[in-house]
Design a protein around this ligand. Structure first.
Ligand code: GLN
Length: 236
């Protein structure tokens, strides 16, 4: 089970998800506190952000442990945006360990990360295009992006894919986190998720990034949606 985190609000640097907080993704890569499956997230990492200079988000992904990339701290300090997402990966047995299998996945201006696992047979029919990797998470991303192309909003696309895949594979764990530059959506389906809103925006993460008050755990089988100044949680 991997760990992921996102920010939506006033522009901040990616380091606020990774290096700066006491339990940011760097620490979560080797010492996660709430992870139920797997202990170390050393099979790769990715981060992405939106920049007005570019219609598509910028992604930086590597198939090495996040602590092994000496160039990352400086890059994460200057990569700033009002919409950020990052993830560290513990590959599911049988899944490839390579950049293309590493979140965040991108399609149609959306970004997506997955904590969990799913039988690929339960997802293949939900996608109308081949994913960038045979990894189960990439198939989920392809299914979500297909719904975006069909006109669904981010949250509706996530909910539809998770409920359908969960019906076909009852053992699936389907915590998705996605963003489109102006909104975030996340599902809780078999793993942990928390959020913390402050004056400037909201952090959403697999587990709290620090011990400050204000983190709230999201119950299982929920859909979280966040737009500036507005966080909602509803049952799936
Ligand atoms: N199944 C996905 C992968 O192999 C996600 C794994 C996870 O959440 N640990 O990358």
């Amino acid at each position: 089970m991997c760990r992921h985190a996102a920010w939506l609000g006033a522009p901040r640097a990616l380091t606020t998800l990774i290096h700066e907080p006491a339990y940011g993704l760097l620490t979560q890569s080797y010492a996660p506190r709430r992870q139920r499956h797997g202990t170390v997230n050393a099979d790769g990492f990715g981060m992405a952000w939106y920049d007005p200079a570019r219609p598509e988000p910028v992604r930086y992904r590597r198939a090495i442990p996040i602590w092994a990339d000496a160039n990352l701290p400086a890059l994460a300090e200057v990569a700033r945006s009002g919409c950020l997402i990052a993830a560290v990966r513990c590959a599911t047995t049988g899944m490839p360990v390579e950049e293309s299998a590493t979140a965040p996945f991108a399609g149609g201006g959306w970004l997506l990360s997955h904590n969990g696992r799913v039988e690929r047979d339960a997802v293949r029919d939900l996608a109308d295009d081949l994913p960038e990797s045979p990894c189960d998470s990439a198939w989920l991303a392809a299914a979500v992006f297909a719904r975006g192309r069909a006109g669904l909003g981010l949250a509706a696309a996530l909910a539809d894919v998770v409920v359908r895949a969960g019906e076909k594979d009852p053992a699936a764990r389907l915590n998705l986190l996605a963003c489109d530059g102006t909104a975030l959506a996340a599902t809780v389906w078999g793993d942990t998720l928390s959020f913390r809103a402050d004056r400037d925006g909201v952090y959403v993460a697999s587990e709290p990034l620090d011990d400050r008050p204000g983190w709230r755990a999201v119950p299982d089988r929920s859909l979280l949606t966040a737009a500036p100044g507005d966080v909602r949680v509803q049952p799936l």
